[in-house]
Structures are given as C-alpha cells and as structure tokens.
Design a protein around this ligand. Sequence first.
Ligand code: BES
Ligand code: MN
Ligand code: ZN
Length: 501
Amino acid sequence: MSLTPRITFISPGSSHRRVVVLFADNKLALGPQADTLKTGKLIARAAKAADFKGKIRTILNILAPDIAGVERLIVIGLGPPADLTRDDWRRLGGVVLATIDGGPDATVFLERLGGKVADGATEFCLGMVLRAYRFDKYKHQGTDEADNSERAPKKKSISAVAVAIDGAAKVRRAWASRAAAGEGVYLARDLVNEPANLLGPVEFSARLKSLESDGVAIEILGEKELSRLKMGALLGVAQGASRPPRVVIMRWKGGRTTAKPLVLVGKGVVFDTGGISIKPSAGMEDMKGDMGGAAAVAGAMSALAKRKAKANVVGIVGLVENMPDANAQRPGDIVTSMAGKTVEVINTDAEGRLVLADLLHYAQKHLKPKAMVDLATLTGAIIVALGHHHAGLFANDDALADAIIDAGEATGEKIWRMPLAKSYDKMLDSRFADMKNIGGRDAGAITAAQFLKRFVENVPWAHLDIAGTAMASPPSDINKSWGSGFGVRLLDQLVADQYGG
Ligand code: BES
Ligand code: MN
Ligand code: ZN
C-alpha cells in the first residue's frame, strides 16, 4: 500500500482548505502564520469553554468559526515554548492525523518548529502517515463499534493534507527522502499483519522480489540450494511443513564498491506452531507474526533503496514454517548446522535460533560483513523481562551496541541492552552434541542470544529480540496496527548514522 494521506507542501498565505489545523503554546500564543487568520478572541473564548490549556498534544476543536473559508479550526497544544524533539513532532503528527482522519482534506499551518525546521516537519509528516496506516483489506464492514452492520462501508481515510510551511520547497525535498522510511514501515506492517495461510515462505519471497524495482538485487535460495549449502539447522525446522523454505538475500549497493556491507539478518518463521513441542492453542494465532524480524529487514532494505542511502547493506532472511507432522523433527534429534556444529534439538519450539544460526554462518562465509545485526521475535522470555516498550539488545561489540541504542533514542524505537556471559553459555552444553537448542527455564532470552553467539566468529554482531515490540504492542500516537513495523526506522537511522548515510 502506498503512503496515506497524500502530503503536499505549500507556502504560508496560499489558499487553505475547509479544515485548518494550527498550533498554540501553553499561553495560547500562535505563530505568525496562524496569526494571519485573525482569530481575535475566538481561541481564548473556545479554550476557556473547553478548558483547553495548550498542553502538548491536547486538542481544541472549533466548529464553524467565524473565519472566511474555514468550517473547522483545530488547535493543537505545544506546551511551554521550547524546541520540541523529533519524537514530539512525530507524536504531534499522529495526534493531528487522528483528529482529521475520516474528514475532508485539511491544511496544517506548520510553524514554531525551532532550529531544525525540515527535521521537525518531516518527522511530523512521518507521524501522520504512520498513524494513518490501516490493514483492512480483508474487512467488508465498518470497524466502528457504533456501526458494525454487515453493509456499513469501511471507514473512509482522509486522502490529502496540505502542509503550509516556510521554505516549502526545501521541506518537500526532505520529505521525499523521509517518506521512504514510512514506506518501509508500511511494508513491514503489511507482512506482519498478513495471515500465514496467505503468506508462506514462497509468497513472502515473491513480495521481496518486488524490491528489485527500487534497485535492490534479490537472490532467492530454494530447498535444493539450502541442502547443497548444508543448512541443516534451518532445514530441520522446515521439514515438518509441506510448504518449502526459502532464504532471500537482498543487496543494496549505495556505498563505495570496496566498502564491506552491514548485514541485516531476519527471522522469518511465517507461522510457529512450536512443532512437535507444540504450543498451547490460546493465542497461537499471534504466531503469524513470527516473521517480524524478516519483515523489519525487508522494510529497512526498501527504505534504504527508496532514499538511495549511500551505504552498502545486505539483508538476509530465513523463511520457514514450524509445523508438526509425520516428517517433523523430534525432541532429541541432532542436526548439523552449516557451520558444522551439531545441535541437539531438545525443544522444537526453540526454532528461530536454528534458522538464524545458519543465516549468520552464511553471512560470514559469503557476504563479508563489516558488522551483523539480527532481528528476531525470538523468545517469550524477553517479554517477561522488558514487556512491550523496549526490545532486548545483545552484542559482542560496545560501539555497535551504543550506536543501536542511540538510533533507538532518535527514532523512539527503544532498546535495552542485556548481558552475555560464559556462565549463561554453559547452560547450552549437551550430553550428545556440541550444544542443545535451549538452556532451561531461567534467563531464556539470554541463553537464546548465547546460542546465536556460538555461530558468530570475529565480526561485530548485535541481536535484537523484538518478540515484545514487533507485534501486539500497545497502541501509540503513531501506531494502531497489530504489526508495528518495529526496527525499520531504527535500522534506517543506524545506517544513516554509522554506515555512510
Ligand atoms: N516465536 C517464539 C517466541 C515468541 C513468543 C514470540 C511470544 C512472540 C511472542 C519462539 O520461537 C519460541 O517459541 N520461543 C520459546 C523458546 C523456549 C522453547 C526455550 C519461548 O519463548 O517460549
Ligand atoms: Mn517457537
Ligand atoms: Zn518462533
């Protein structure tokens, strides 16, 4: 789906639409652009009646104001006069979209952005499109509780927003590049929200093929190639499913030809039943989102290509379905990974690490990574530890870890670093093989990360456990979707900050 609403940029003083949005601080002071509307005492009177105090993100809705050509005037609070952060502007974008959505096209008088005008303005627009995202292609009826009759039409989205701003041309150019991040998030959300019957490994890889039109080179490995590569850990997970696995490699070359790439690795379990170690049925439907890591990597690759990032980045995703059937792997089975290390599969529900082990090895052997970052909905344990507000970070390199934490702060995709240590690693020792695939009940997110670390050689590496943040995370100002697209903006920011732009 392409971004919605359509955003245009116009100069202050151009004609405006019937719905006008403007901003006021906690003294109800407006910017110079809003002042040209000559609202007189109107806002002060309406504010008093509605007890509006201009607190940040609060809304004053004025219908039929006595202003020529304005049917609805919406005043959004900015709080005390101060330079607002990118996070503030993004959330304000979400709040504004929510108030004008479903209505006629609107004009936003965007001002009081402080020092970094283009930054604040594009973040505001990003907030609008992220909030506007909907996944309703399988719904025939309205989503309103108030009007849930079979024949009610779907709720209409606002189709266009004009942003009136000083330096419109410059902001328009900046948005063209920032919108790429929005499209990447849309792609990731679409993939996570899609049900597994309609998005198996083959369908997923077909969607990734479409990134070619933006200049991403796509290589798809099928079962034969995966066997030839000896990806025994990944294939062990896939063998219980009738739908065959795929590994997709996505290459973006925007940097110097000689520069080693950042490699992004994604867990793409299109559905995780647990396999023979089957999961309880309550809530199992959420496991259609167990490909959130792969979706984030795909979204990031799309964003990088669409904004023509000056960096070399390779994405690799392992697409498999974890099913129990007569051919499924059993607890106690021993598989040989591509790295040659043997793994005793104690629990077939700890499948993501088996998939990632082979991808990490492949990346080091074939992609010459400068650094590797993997993303995976890897453990329920990370949700116990951090809930839904931070993703867990594990890393063998402090500089890489710090860069990821910084990118998380800048994008609002929050990260919390967790420990790695030999004592946790020991919990994976096996009686029969080089290692077991689980470490026991305690510290489940950490032992999962230690498992991955056994497949990392001398490369800076970070692992993000996004089980709590990629799906079913609490709704926010900029996200009402079940699949959040978590990680796309973070990775895009990381590349911009650390890998050449
Ligand atoms: N995909 C799950 C982790 C998960 C749980 C993601 C809840 C999102 C929400 C993963 O494959 C899994 O099943 N992990 C097990 C590991 C255990 C068997 C050691 C878990 O977390 O229970
Ligand atoms: Mn599992
Ligand atoms: Zn899983």
